[in-house]
Each structure stands twice: as structure tokens, then as C-alpha cells.
Design a protein around this ligand. Structure first.
Ligand code: G6P
Length: 615
């Protein structure tokens, strides 16, 4: 992970770097640092923890930093070494001529370190990045040319990286390189920028070059030169960035997460717009590039994703199998890539990713692409690496999600999957479930209003959150299409409150987890009216018999069953098939209010990052 930024021009570099880093904080917040070059001198400032700590240090150095017009910066999500100041980037070599920031993981850093130690390199940190800094400096010693040094160093490095380097003897340039980690070069007038992501530079330029793997770039104030791995100069491909410089604000909400939960009704409207207009017409999916004949030939679907996106994929399996009648497997990308997967040109491989940059999912997609499968990418970032790999790109348009814990992007993914499942069914010309499909379309159209109704009565959820906030463990249970809701609800709770929460298929409770039940283990059961209601209810009885406190989330509880529950959260009436889209709002709010009540850092929970660009 991590975020990197670079600036070269006439403005004060430091403020541009810090502003850029503030937009990259979603990529990690273990430490931050900047290196500022003034003539042939480089000053490095670093701080442990959030960016604000670095800002405080920089405030005391104003007279020095205001003179620098070239610099690089970094925000860290620790992979190698503790999140300390010494491990914070930028890193340097023995003579401190070269300074480097890095995003990624260098897999052969131990071997390189051993070789470089024999050459006299002295290491101060535990990071793999410092090894790369010494390696590039070592190569520089052979040629006295930063471009050549970078080119030869990256050939020796195994793993993923985006590098941004400056050198005291070449104070007119920043040299960049990448492999399996994002890096863009922002194109300005008499100034240029480097960044891991668009929001870091969008305030200054709307034009950028997306550096490709194995390329190395030399970024000067008034020129950008990019070389391929054979050292051939290649033509710059300048693209217009798909972002406006927007002031991202909490709009009066205490946290971004709460704001983003409340935005979900509009997110649903956005996803539906132009695709589903009324219940009589078929779903329109212009972004889906397979013809209906090719769709008829699809023999299997494989969904690859991580974290919250994986849970959306699990709901996807349920509805694609039900409506499109295509066998569907869902797998964490990180596992998919270590199997000799069976996929061919008749396999539809769907990658789901809010960021579009998750390294494991990118690798899984590339693996499937090599097997000639049709690649569908469902993402919130049309400018991402994954989007560029897509044969069919389905943008979810949920708007920027700032809170690290995903909420509205999950909702957007869910709705996209409902539309996709219905679309596949309609393109295949299947006639089963017609009535149910009409009903589902109607429910999708009215879903935003139901989300709004639910959001109007958060007081009850807040009260329950407070009541249960002192428990150390939680179990979430559900069956059928809400099993993924149980997983996602538990994930949300542990991500932002650090309470040990696990989701189970309710039927599995008796096969082990029941051993943990007593009065200290609350059980949250999702039981919508529908085919699994009675079964989940029986599992609730089993939990109650072990003195577990029971919270029910449902659109309907029979009068005779009400007393079984210690607390009940009722959602608006909804069919079982669409209920994950309403239940999740309750679970997001419950996690939010517990975390908020416990005084945790809701938007930036410890150890997490929003974009995970390492495997
Ligand atoms: C990280 C985030 C999770 C997210 C997961 C997958 O772990 O903290 O919230 O679900 O990555 O990210 P993606 O961008 O691929 O959806």
C-alpha cells in the first residue's frame, strides 16, 4: 500500500506534497515523510502516526522548507518493520545523495540486503525500501546517471513497486518507475507531479500520464520522458483525469462513514439510472460487451474479490445462479491466484473492487485473462488498474468513499450484481421466475425510499449499539442470501470497533461455534420473512437456550416469536431476495454507533487501509 507524491516546478514544494498526502491518507496512516531538495541539499522530515504529526513538525521549519521547489513525499501502511519514524519514508543510501519513496513490497529484499551489506551499505531501518535506496545508489555509482541507475536496479528487484527518487547530483529531476503498483505523472505548465492516485494532484492539473509496468520516467520541471525496459524513449500518452477538484467534506456528519451510509439511497438511484427504468422493460447494460449469443455460451462464472467486495460477490453467486442459471464460484482473490484454476473463453470472470487497485484481485484477473475468459470489472474507480484490464467495465459511480470501512461502495456493488444477474437471464432468454423478476425490479426501484425510511429511525439502533458496546465478542448468523450479510456485518464491527465478531451460516452454529455461547456472547440473527425464517428461528432458540443475548434484524417477526429476542431491529418490508440491501444498512449503523460510542477512530481504524496494493 502506501501513497507517494512528487513535485517539481516553481511553487513551494512542501505545501503541495502535504496537500497531496492528505488525499492519499486512505492508503495508510502509520507514518509520513517528505524530502525537500533545495539546490544540492535535501532535507528530510518524518513523523510516526497520522499526517497531522508531520504537519506539526513542518510548521516549525517554515523558513527552510519554503525555499524548496522539488520534493517527494510518502504516507505509509507498514509492511516491513514497525510503524516508527526510523522506518518512515523517505529512505536514503550511505552518502545520502539518493532519496527514495516506495509503494509495494520487494520480495527479494533479504538477498539484496545481504549483497549490499557486503558492499558496505549500512542499514538503519527494517524496511525493504531502504534496500532499494541502497541498490539504486549502488547502481548510480557505476554510471553517474539516475535514469540508468533506476533502470538497472529495477531489473534486480522482484515484487511490486512504485518508486519516486531524487538525487543531489541531479537536482533538476525526479525519476520514477513502477511494476504492479499504481503511479501517475501529472502534467502541468512549467511544473509536473507524481502521485499514487488522482486526488493527490487534481487540484493542480487535469492531465496525466499513467506510467505502465516496466517503464521508467524522468520528470523535470518542463519535460517528461518515459523509457521502456529496453531504454527506448516512448511517446507520452496524456490522458484527461476523470475527476473534478472537489472539496470532500463531511457535510455536517460527525464522520465520513455516517455520511456515506446516508448517501446509499442516492447511490442506488445512480446505479439504477438508465439501466432499470420500469418493470416492463429489459435491463439495459451498454457497458456489458458480450453479445447475447456469447452470453448463452457462458458455462460458468467466477467471482474474485477481497474483503467487503468479496461479500458482495457472495450475494452475486446467489442471484446469478438463481436467475441466470449459471454455476458461479466466489473466491477470495488471494486464494484464487494460488490454484491452477479452470477457466476458459466460456468463463465469465467478475472482479469486484471498490478501489480497482487491490493487488490480489489484479493478479487474479490477469490469471483469468491469460485463460481467455471474458473479464468483467465492477468498480468505483474507472481510472484504476483493474478498470484498464476489463473487457466489460461496470462502473458503480458511488462517488468518492473516504471512510476506510466500505459502506456505499458495497451497496453499489450489490445493486450492480442484481442488475447483472437479471441482465444475463434476459439475454439468455430464460422464461423462469418472470413474476419474481418483475417484483424484484419494482423493489429495486423503490429501494432508495426504503433505505431512507430506515435511516430515519437510527435512534433505536443507537440505543442498542450503546447497550452492547461493552461486549468483547459477537456472533452474527443468517442463512441463504443473507449469509454474506452476516459476514459483512461482522467484518464491519471488527474493522471499526476491534470487537471480535464472526459471521456464520446459522445452520453451522451447532457444528462448533455453539460451544462459545454464554451470556457474554451476543448473537445477532438476520431472519427475514421467507424460506429460511423458521430455520434461523430454530437456531436462535438454540442460542437462547445457552443464555446468549439475542438481537434480531428482520422485516417481520411473528407475534409468538417476539419474546425470544432481547432486542429487535425492524426494517421495512422487503423480499428475501433483496433483503441484503436493507439489512446491511442496519449492520453498518450498528457497527458505526458501537465504534463511535467506544471513541474509536471510525474513519481511519488502526492497521487498515482503503487501497491494498500489496499481495
Ligand atoms: C481493504 C479495505 C476493505 C476492502 C478490501 C478490498 O482491506 O480495508 O474495506 O473491502 O480492501 O478492497 P477493494 O478496493 O478491492 O474493494
Amino acid at each position: 500500500m502506501c501513497g507517494i507524491i512528487g513535485y517539481i516546478g516553481d511553487r513551494e514544494a512542501c505545501s503541495i506534497l502535504v496537500s497531496g498526502l492528505s488525499h492519499l491518507e486512505y492508503r495508510g496512516y502509520d507514518s509520513s515523510g517528505v524530502a525537500l531538495m533545495e539546490k544540492d541539499n535535501v532535507n528530510i522530515y518524518k513523523a510516526e502516526g497520522k499526517l497531522i504529526n508531520l504537519v506539526e513538525i513542518l510548521k516549525t521549519k517554515q523558513d527552510v522548507i519554503s525555499k524548496a521547489h522539488i520534493g517527494i513525499g510518502h504516507i505509509r501502511w507498514a509492511t516491513h518493520g514497525l510503524p516508527t519514524t526510523i522506518n518512515a519514508h523517505p529512505h536514503t543510501c550511505n552518502c545520502k545523495n539518493l532519496t527514495l519513496v516506495h509503494n509495494g513490497i520487494i520480495e527479494n529484499y533479504q538477498e539484496l540486503k545481504e549483497e549490499l551489506t557486503k558492499e558496505g551499505c549500512i542499514f538503519k531501518s527494517q524496511t525493504d525500501t531502504e534496500v532499494a535506496a541502497h541498490l539504486i545508489a549502488h547502481e548510480y555509482g557505476k554510471t553517474n546517471d539516475l535514469l540508468l541507475a533506476m533502470q538497472s536496479a529495477v531489473k534486480k528487484i522482484k515484487g511490486a513497486f512504485a518508486f519516486c527518487a531524487i538525487h543531489k547530483k541531479e537536482p533538476d529531476k525526479i525519476v520514477v518507475a513502477k511494476r504492479n503498483a499504481p503511479l501517475i505523472i501529472g502534467v502541468g505548465e512549467g511544473e509536473n507531479f507524481v502521485a499514487s492516485d488522482i486526488p493527490a494532484i487534481i487540484e493542480y492539473t487535469k492531465k496525466a500520464i499513467y506510467l505502465c509496468d516496466y517503464q521508467v520516467g524522468v520528470v523535470k520541471k518542463d519535460s517528461i520522458k518515459i523509457y521502456d525496459d529496453k531504454n527506448q524513449l516512448i511517446e507520452n500518452k496524456i490522458e484527461y483525469l476523470p475527476f473534478e477538484a472537489i472539496a470532500i467534506s463531511k457535510m455536517g456528519y460527525k464522520h465520513f462513514m455516517l455520511k456515506e451510509i446516508h448517501e446509499q439511497s442516492d447511490v442506488v438511484r445512480n446505479v439504477l439510472s438508465s439501466k432499470l427504468t420500469d418493470i416492463e422493460h429489459e435491463i439495459k447494460f451498454d457497458e456489458f460487451k458480450l453479445t447475447s449469443n456469447k452470453i448463452k455460451n457462458i458455462t460458468r462464472v467466477q467471482i474474485v474479490a477481497c474483503g467487503t467486495s468479496l461479500h458482495a460477490g457472495l450475494v452475486g453467486k446467489y442471484i446469478i445462479e438463481k436467475f441466470a442459471r449459471i454455476p458461479t464460484d466466489v473466491e477470495p482473490s488471494s486464494e484464487y491466484i494460488y490454484r491452477d484454476t479452470i477457466a476458459d473463453e466460456n468463463t465469465l470472470v467478475i472482479g469486484i473492487s471498490q478501489s480497482g487497485e487491490t493487488a490480489d484481485t489484479i493478479t487474479a484477473i490477469k490469471q483469468a485473462k491469460n485463460r481467455n475468459s471474458h473479464i468483467v470489472i465492477i468498480t468505483n474507480r474507472t481510472d484504476s488498474t483493474m478498470a484498464r484490464l476489463a473487457d466489460s467495465l461496470l462502473p458503480v459511480n458511488a462517488g468518492i468513499e473516504v471512510s476506510v470501512a466500505a459502506t456505499k461502495s458495497y451497496m453499489a456493488q450489490l445493486i450492480s450484481l442484481y442488475l447483472l444477474a437479471i441482465y444475463l437471464k434476459e439475454q439468455k432468454g430464460l422464461k423462469e421466475n418472470e413474476k419474481e423478476i418483475q417484483n424484484l425490479k419494482h423493489e429495486l426501484i423503490t429501494l432508495p425510499n426504503k433505505i431512507e425510511m430506515l435511516l430515519e429511525k437510527t435512534d433505536e439502533i443507537q440505543r442498542i449499539a450503546k447497550k452492547y458496546s461493552s461486549y468483547k465478542d459477537f456472533i452474527f448468523i443468517a442463512r441463504g442470501i443473507n449469509y454474506p450479510s452476516a459476514l459483512e456485518g461482522a467484518l464491519k464491527l471488527k474493522e471499526i470497533s476491534y470487537i471480535n465478531a464472526t459471521g456464520y451460516g446459522a445452520g453451522e452454529l451447532k457444528h462448533g461455534p455453539i460451544a462459545m455461547l454464554d451470556s457474554n456472547m451476543p448473537v445477532l440473527a438476520i431472519l427475514n420473512s421467507g424460506i429460511v425464517y423458521d430455520k434461523v428461528l430454530s437456531n436462535c432458540e438454540e442460542a437462547k437456550a445457552r443464555q446468549a443475548k439475542l438481537i434480531g434484524v428482520s422485516d417481520y417477526i411473528a407475534q409468538k416469536d417476539i419474546n425470544l429476542f432481547d432486542d429487535l431491529i425492524l426494517i421495512p418490508a422487503v423480499s428475501d431476495i433483496l433483503s441484503p440491501a436493507l439489512n446491511i444498512v442496519v449492520l453498518q449503523l450498528l457497527a458505526y454507533y458501537i465504534s463511535e460510542y467506544l471513541g474509536k477512530d471510525v474513519d481511519q481504524p488502526r492497521n487498515l487501509a482503503k487501497s491494498v496494493t500489496v499481495e
